[in-house]
Design a protein around this ligand. Sequence first.
Ligand SMILES: [Zn+2]
Length: 415
Amino acid sequence: MKNQSSGTCNFCQHHLRHLVTDLGMQPLCEDKIRQQDLYKMEPHFPLKVYVCEKCFLVQAPPVVSPEIIYRDYAYYSSYSDTWLAHAKKYVDYAIKRFEINTDKLVAEIASNDGYLLQYFASKGIPVLGIDPSYEIAQYAEREKGIKTEIKFFGYQTAQYLVETYGQADLLIGNNILAHVPDINDFVRGMKHFLKEGGAITMEFPHLERLIADNQFDTIYHEHFSYFSFTTVKNIFDRYNLSLFDVQKLKTHGGSIRIHACHKGDKSRPICKTVHELLKHEHEIGMDSLTYYNQFNEKVKETKRKILEFLIEAKRKGKQVIGYGAPGKGNTLLNYCGVRTDFIDYTVDRNPHKQGNFLPGSHIPINHPDKIKRTKPDYVLILPWNLKEEIITYNSYIREWGGKFVIPIPELTIID
Ligand SMILES: [Zn+2]
């Protein structure tokens, strides 16, 4: 679908003309609305995603600076047991594969509340966190003893880190690449920060899953880019970093974990997984525009199905509530125009969110205990990537005939 130019590609600076989807006007996802702000004006920004016809980077042109996004960032990774278990397993893997010992420095970009570095630190391995959110970084230092630099990562920060701490033997970045406003500056910074013979691992949702599984709700203003392996490889190549392994993960609806090293590092031969995934992406056409053409229509049909379910449930006098208050939930609810007219309230285990309201929809966020008091007929699981964990913990809703509803890839009711 062609339309007017929307600026230039974040990586190759080519003009952006091909729209992938338009999710309307959206507030910032990770903002929580406080009781006292309910009657104030709330900024909304267009949320449109484009694909670059030259490098195939899928991207949402930035509408707001990262300083504004992360000022009051409230996502604490440690509130998800699934994510913690994933982090712990990774640490065991990394220590073995990269021969990490107490002489090595492990650094994580977007270290959040220390959810991952804590497992290295508990083995006496020196760690360094880098995270722009003051509140979360303070928490990591205070509660988990994880030294955290409160900074955005980029080339300039990398220079400071190298001067202050030396280069990193293992550099980790999970679910950060999508959030980077200047991808060139970021990867250049990683190249500078990485020690000779060191390794980088990064995890991010795989674009193939977003398109194939209709995960349009993982699109939000905080996510500037959506990556195929092919495009990431091209970006890393430009900065003389070579991708030597890639693994598929189940996290966040289907992610990949890339492994990178300095180009020419003979100790890290390129695994066949790299060639296989590049071949697969080429075969399904991720490096052609037609691959991205059908997505917008699929997104609109999903909206119609969600509304169909909600309208029918409400006509029958059923109570529908939400579970979770993740960024993706906000994209979904605001795109569908769903407010308390359809969903009475949502719940979240994160106490920093409880008592507040979802941006845009102003659906109240309660403690999960409220479910037992109001006995809803349907619980719509907004963080569908954690659906197994949520269904297991809340299976008691079946005592009164309550059912779980999963909105993505298409609306499914689970008895
Ligand atoms: Zn491009």
